[in-house]
Design a protein around this ligand. Structure first.
Ligand SMILES: NC(=O)c1ccc[n+]([C@@H]2O[C@H](COP(=O)([O-])OP(=O)(O)OC[C@H]3O[C@@H](n4cnc5c(N)ncnc54)[C@H](OP(=O)(O)O)[C@@H]3O)[C@@H](O)[C@H]2O)c1
Length: 240
């Protein structure tokens, strides 16, 4: 069997129970990575665990709410215990809110979205990145959205959380660049998941950019906002 491009790497993926996170986990498994996977729903995680095991990947699977510091510390601690290292972090866990103008959202709705999409990504980065710095290398991939680069009526708190995630990407990239740690954001496009009521592109069609960013092929690339549809053109990579 040919060696995958992620052979020997350990990837920690949040929100891997379904949708994009699950598709990225399967793609990474096919490329030879070992995996640490979380979300809040045990049953969905169990299904992802089975699918990655069938591909021969070693995996730690654990429930974890990324907005909770203790959950995050336990999950990352167990991943380090099992694998001894982490090379790739995919900050993918995310949720949306009902479509409504910003001023009509309740504080609970605002806080809920910001807690997972922004605080959660920061908490996981806060737990993982010091290990990447110690290793003098690693790749952080923040799953953003075009709504974090533009605006659309009715999606305000979600959009603000993704604008914040783009800010987190830039700042973190700057702060860890000298340690050889890379931080980039990905806009996955419109993907058929629970979040979009299963309308859009199939999740498995958006994984190539995630594999590229996790692999050594993207060495040196940091602080970038990439888009699943245009990344090859934007990076000047020729289509095969
Ligand atoms: N689908 C699209 O068109 C689209 C477009 C742009 C960006 N995105 C982004 O892509 C990412 C993945 O979304 P998706 O489309 O795959 O949606 P999805 O099918 O709803 O999957 C979201 C995943 O995140 C997990 N999650 C949510 N809140 C969490 C929390 N607090 N702690 C841990 N895990 C949590 C969910 O599991 P539990 O609920 O069980 O925790 C689930 O596994 C999100 O960041 C989303 O904003 C999606």
């Amino acid at each position: 069997m040919a060696q995958g491009v992620l052979q020997g790497k350990v990837a920690l993926i949040t929100g891997a129970g379904r949708g994009i996170g699950r598709a990225v986990a399967l793609a990474y498994a096919r490329e030879g990575a070992s995996l640490a996977l979380c979300s809040r729903t045990k049953k969905e995680l169990a299904a992802t665990r089975k699918a990655v095991a069938e591909l021969g990947a070693a995996a730690l699977v654990q429930t974890c709410d990324v907005s909770r510091e203790k959950d995050v510390e336990r999950f990352v601690g167990r991943a380090l215990e099992k694998f001894g290292r982490i090379d790739v972090l995919v900050n993918n866990a995310g949720l949306a809110h009902r479509t409504a103008p910003l001023v009509e959202l309740s504080p609970e709705e605002w806080d809920g979205v910001l807690a997972t999409n922004l605080r959660g990504a920061w908490l996981v980065a806060r737990a993982v990145v010091p290990h990447l710095v110690k290793q003098q290398g690693g790749s952080v991939i923040n799953v953003s959205s075009w709504l974090g680069r533009d605006a659309l009526t009715g999606y305000g708190a979600y959009g603000v959380s993704k604008w914040g995630l783009e800010g987190l990407t830039r700042y973190l990239a700057l702060e860890v660049k000298r340690a050889g740690v890379r931080v980039n954001s990905v806009s996955p496009g419109y993907v058929a998941t629970k979040m979009t009521s299963y309308r859009g592109a199939k999740p498995e069609t958006v994984v190539d950019l995630f594999v590229y960013l996790a692999s050594d092929a993207s060495a040196g690339l940091t602080g970038q906002q990439l888009d699943v549809e245009t990344w090859k053109r934007d990076l000047g990579i020729r289509r095969r």
